[in-house]
Design a protein around this ligand. Structure first.
Ligand code: DOR
Length: 427
């Protein structure tokens, strides 16, 4: 089956836009050229929209198994496809936790059956994410696991983290860390700052994140391990990571769209659509995150898509679980609020969503090139929309961005040559 994409704009290496045709066959990009003179089985007119490598999100929650009321592999990957994502990496805070070979095999089977985009699952660092017993990292790596994390919780003791890093280093796999020292969280539910004080809510100190990153970069250096920091949220964390990179330690980091676009002042009332972990921090933190992203301290963007049920999120900051959805809003929000405002270029944003995460995790995706997997996202940069959570394909509607006006909408997503999402079929 030959699929031909016509009239697609492509970003050149010098960031110019060129109109191209792309031939896809056998899941692969076979040819790219101005005009290909090919009779294909199917032709799609891209109408001068921008053709990008499929986006990669290394931090999402699919909730299956165990949390199917919040999301399933099917609904989460439909949401991913709508957002232009062709590869997503699923966090292991599910029930059961993928912490043994049998659970991993069963998860891979479910993914194979149901996923609409490529899903790479993480396996846990400790059994049941309990921080008390390490998983068998080398055995799980043999099952095809690409990286290890206890996301949702921090690894509380240096000893476990060091042992895990040594094992991961021995099989060439990264340790991916949710950094949070529980001993200094003090039951907080939002950033410990002026807004938590005003609303009378317990605060999460910045230090609970940065102090664990500071510990871990030293452990990573000792273990010779690739250490990746999840959802960086504080200016002190950015500083620690910057210093660690300067010292030659193999540390990489991600930041979420919400930490780049919002800070604690967005929280006007006790609305848990603004509750996530780590929390929205102060304005100075938000500025430091963007600065860190621009100077390469933070490597790329990941959404931390965390769907929850509406009745749980109605419980306010004290009662609701942490987390917001992000897959269906990421590109439009970032294009509108970073590229349109001149804070970064389109090429930078695309890099943070494609080639950069791919290179950090050694994934063979994130590029449009002959011979590459046909993972592609077509974006209508002119199209404007108001974000409407009722239209989300995700089961989760928990977003602080409902009714935000955005521009730059993914309209077609192709995974390994197959159409995973086409906007006009969903409108
Ligand atoms: O806000 C969050 N939600 N942060 C996490 O670390 C976990 C996630 C979830 O699973 O809901």
């Amino acid at each position: 089956m030959k699929l031909l994409l016509k009239n697609a704009k492509k970003l050149s290496s010098t960031s110019e836009l060129k109109t191209v045709e792309v031939l896809i066959e056998n899941n692969t990009i076979m040819e790219i050229g101005e005009t290909l003179n090919i009779v294909a089985d199917q032709t799609i007119d891209c109408e001068e929209n921008l053709l990008l490598p499929g986006f990669i999100d290394v931090h999402i929650h699919l909730r299956e198994p165990g949390g199917e009321n919040k999301e399933t592999i099917k609904t989460g990957t439909k949401a991913a496809a709508r957002g232009g994502f062709t590869t997503v990496c699923a966090m292991p805070n599910t029930n059961p936790v993928p912490d043994n070979e049998e659970a991993v095999r069963s998860l891979l089977k479910k993914i194979e059956a149901d996923a609409e985009v490529r899903v790479l699952p993480y396996a846990a660092i400790t059994k049941g994410l309990q921080g008390k017993e390490l998983t068998d990292i080398s055995k799980l790596a043999e099952e095809g696991i690409f990286a290890f994390t206890d996301d949702g919780v921090g690894i509380q003791t240096a000893d476990y983290m060091l042992q895990a890093m040594k094992q991961a280093a021995a099989c060439g796999k990264p340790i991916v860390a949710h950094c949070e020292d529980n001993s200094i969280v003090y039951g907080g539910v939002m950033h410990d700052g002026e807004v938590s004080e005003k609303l009378g809510l317990p605060g999460i100190p910045s230090l609970s994140e940065s102090v664990q990153i500071a510990r871990d970069v030293l452990l990573a250096e000792a273990a010779g391990c690739h250490y990746h920091v999840c959802h960086v949220s504080t200016k002190e964390s950015v500083r620690v990571i910057r210093d660690a990179k300067k010292a030659g330690i193999h540390v990489t980091a991600e930041v979420t769209p919400h930490h780049l676009l919002l800070d604690e002042t967005a929280v006007l009332e006790d609305d848990a659509n603004y509750k996530m972990n780590p929390p929205l921090r102060a304005a100075a933190d938000r500025e430091a995150l963007l600065e860190g992203l621009l100077d390469g301290t933070i490597d790329f963007i990941a959404t931390d898509h965390a769907p929850h049920a509406a009745d749980e999120k109605e419980k306010g900051f004290q009662g609701a679980p942490f987390g917001i959805v992000g897959l269906e809003t990421a590109f439009p929000l970032l294009y509108t609020h970073l590229v349109h405002t001149g804070k970064c270029s389109l090429a930078q944003l695309v890099n943070w969503l494609t080639a950069k995460p791919a290179s950090v995790f050694n994934l063979p995706y994130g590029h449009i090139a002959e011979g590459a997997s046909a993972d592609l996202t077509l974006v209508d940069l002119e199209k404007q929309q108001e974000i409407d959570k009722a239209t989300f394909l995700s089961k989760g509607k928990n977003t602080p961005f409902h009714k935000w006006s955005v521009q730059g909408i993914p309209v077609l997503t192709i995974v390994e040559g197959n159409i995973a999402y086409k906007e006009d079929e969903h409108e």
